[in-house]
Design a protein around this ligand. Structure first.
Ligand code: NAP
Length: 219
């Protein structure tokens, strides 16, 4: 598939770009800076080429990346995610949009979930998107560092939620293109607040039990 990552130059995007490239998808790295996007794209091409993979990765401004893709990941920090979507609103037509966005605050040596007034980051982003764009919430609980280790199998569950069954099926398939992630459908987009809230809990545990990289697995 053609997949764009807005803020595709950042941490969570790295593993997604590398793993989806390995699975044969075409990737559009979006950025506020065309130059930065192209530089990061060429770095990922070099990394993958050394592993014998011939990737199809392009770097460009966020708006062009969104327009080029069938699936768009909002891999931008929570404070800027909805505003970035609003700025490039015209680039969205009928894509599937994925939000891994989680808002949290540091209190001393631990983190707490701080949802926006809409109730979750997913609902805030939905408000910023044009009507009819299918939004799926996913990947909140994946640690970026582990995801970027391209050859490491990840025995984690990815909880996804959204209001469009076909869009969720696409995201399930894209998730399971990354060995050995299992996608679990948790229901409508409204549920996203519960999935998002797990992320600061995982980070708190990872800080206490270094160098563990906890994520989520339902047994
Ligand atoms: N890191 C993780 O382990 C992890 C795990 C699960 C979910 N998430 C979620 O994924 C999202 C991205 O996290 P991340 O750790 O990848 O973030 P990040 O590396 O800090 O930032 C990602 C990209 O966002 C863009 N950006 C930064 N400031 C911006 C602004 N003011 N306006 C527009 N774009 C801006 C930058 O791209 P350009 O400078 O190229 O524009 C940056 O490379 C967050 O919402 C986070 O909650 C992260």
């Amino acid at each position: 598939m053609k997949i764009a990552l807005l803020g595709g130059t950042g941490d969570i995007a790295e593993g997604l770009v590398l793993r989806w490239s390995k699975a044969g998808h075409e990737i559009f790295i979006g950025s506020r800076s065309d130059e930065k996007a192209k530089k990061i794209a060429s770095e990922y091409i070099e990394t993958l080429s050394k592993l014998g993979i011939t990737p199809n990765i392009h770097g460009m401004p966020n708006a062009d990346a969104a327009r080029s893709a069938e699936v768009v990941v909002i891999s931008i920090p929570p404070e800027y995610a909805a505003s970035t979507v609003r700025q490039i609103r015209d680039s969205f037509t009928n894509q599937i949009v994925i939000t891994p966005v989680v808002s949290m605050v540091k209190k001393g040596n631990y983190f707490m979930y701080t949802p926006p007034p809409q109730g979750s980051c997913a609902l805030e982003i939905k408000e910023a998107l044009p009507e009819g764009v299918k939004l799926v919430s996913a990947y909140h609980n994946l640690p970026a560092k582990e995801l970027s280790k391209i050859d490491k199998e990840l025995d984690y569950d990815v909880v996804i939620c959204g209001d469009d069954e076909e869009a969720k099926a696409v995201v399930k398939k894209l998730t399971e293109d990354m060995p050995k992630l299992r996608a679990l459908d948790a229901g409508p987009l409204e549920v996203s607040m519960m999935v998002e809230a797990i992320t600061p809990l995982i980070i708190n545990l990872n800080l206490r039990y270094k160098p563990r990289h906890f994520s989520v697995k339902f047994v």
